[in-house]
Design a binder for this molecule. Structure first.
Ligand code: ADP
Ligand code: MG
Length: 349
């Protein structure tokens, strides 16, 4: 599935097994002793998709995942997997597996034994079990680590064992709740790309939960943005970044400046704004306004400028420090500057 592909027409969605939609949530609601965790969630996930639920802590992502896994029952609404209502299906009878952040490996078992555990419990024949464990370990690039104990692995390797333990069951849907949350930044970024590749290889539908917008943007075919137990927008990474439908999405996914002009609010992404010396001419069709430079921060790959316009609006701009780029604006704090943007990139929110 390609992140750029347009949404499939609803006519193509079937409810019978083998249809385009694997998972459908309609009007799902869940409260704990009166406190609403999930207000009303509608969601359709396509077969083979890498779908991410993104939102701040407490926005209802984990609760939604637990409802899908069957660990919790919704107060209202329906959850259909492969066209079948799951209301009366126990967690272990759902064609779903979950990968948690604390992968909870058995410390006294080897990597291969950990991965084989679920198959043995299901009484899968020894030869098939061996083949499937080997295949799962190959997928997560741990073929050479089959005999090791969890204590002899790095954090990233342990997380991959957790993943192998789930994909060895070949579930129709894999639920992942912040699985990389315990890893440090560099390893997390490597694992993001790896997870995406593994998902493409095994062809299992992934439903991924994270509060990290960069993680969501880098891996997902589509993203649902959660806020206070509700979904604010569903779209491809490009759609939610370039064309957010609510101020919350504009602020939560990436950073932006909000400009009010003629009674309307516009969002400006920092990479769409240029900061120039006063007196310089903006390109034809571009909008220019004068302000004062409040901050200039060198960040290696790019420099960030903070400019305060006459009406108090704060504008943030970033400019790449690329070879051949226009170069740094040699202005000090408090000096007047010109900020320029293409009105077409100012998105109404
Ligand atoms: P997220 O995963 O997005 O951080 P959660 O789904 O865990 O959010 O939580 C959503 C809201 O529901 C939070 O306010 C949380 O405190 C509450 N909540 C979650 N689980 C329980 C529970 N078992 N009992 C009571 N409140 C809960
Ligand atoms: Mg959570």
């Amino acid at each position: 599935m390609n992140a750029m592909s347009p949404p499939a027409p609803t006519l193509a969605t079937k409810t019978a097994s083998g249809g385009e939609i694997l998972l459908r949530l309609s009007g799902v609601r869940k409260a704990y002793r009166g406190a609403v965790a999930v207000e009303s969630v509608d969601l359709e996930i396509r077969r083979g998709e890498f779908f991410t639920m993104l939102g701040p802590s407490g926005s209802g992502k984990t609760t939604t995942l637990r409802l899908i896994a069957g660990f919790e029952q919704p107060d209202a609404g329906t959850i259909e997997l492969d066209g079948v209502d799951m209301a009366r299906t126990a967690p272990f009878d759902r064609n779903v597996n979950t990968v948690f952040q604390d992968y909870a490996l058995f410390p006294h078992m080897s990597v291969a034994e950990n991965v084989a555990y679920g198959l043995k419990a299901k009484r899968v024949a020894a030869a098939e079990c061996r083949d499937r464990v080997a295949e799962a370990l190959r997928m997560v690039q741990l073929a050479d680590f089959a005999g090791r104990l969890p204590a002899q692995l790095s954090g990233g390797q342990r997380q991959r064992v957790g993943l192998a333990r789930a994909i060895v069951n070949r579930p129709g849907l894999l639920l992942l709740d912040e699985p990389l949350g315990a890893l440090d930044l560099k390893l997390r970024q490597d694992m993001q790309l790896e997870l995406k590749h593994i998902q493409e290889q095994v062809g299992i539908t992934f439903l991924y939960v994270t509060h990290d917008q960069e993680e969501a943007l880098s891996m997902s075919d589509r993203i649902a943005i959660f806020n206070r137990g509700e979904i604010e927008q569903i779209g491809t990474p490009e759609e939610v970044y370039e064309r957010p439908t609510t101020p919350f999405v504009a602020n939560f996914v990436g950073s932006s400046s909000i400009v009010k002009r003629r009674g309307r609010r516009f969002m400006l992404r920092p990479e769409k704004v240029q900061v120039l010396p006063v007196g310089e001419r903006a390109a034809f069709g571009f909008h220019g306004e004068e302000g004062r430079l409040e901050d200039r921060v060198y960040l290696g790959m790019f420099t960030k400028y903070v400019v305060r316009l006459g009406d108090g609006t704060k504008i943030v701009a970033v400019q790449p420090n690329a070879e051949g780029a226009t170069g740094q604006l040699e202005k000090q704090r408090g000096e007047p500057v010109l900020v320029v943007w293409n009105p077409e990139t100012a998105w109404p929110v």
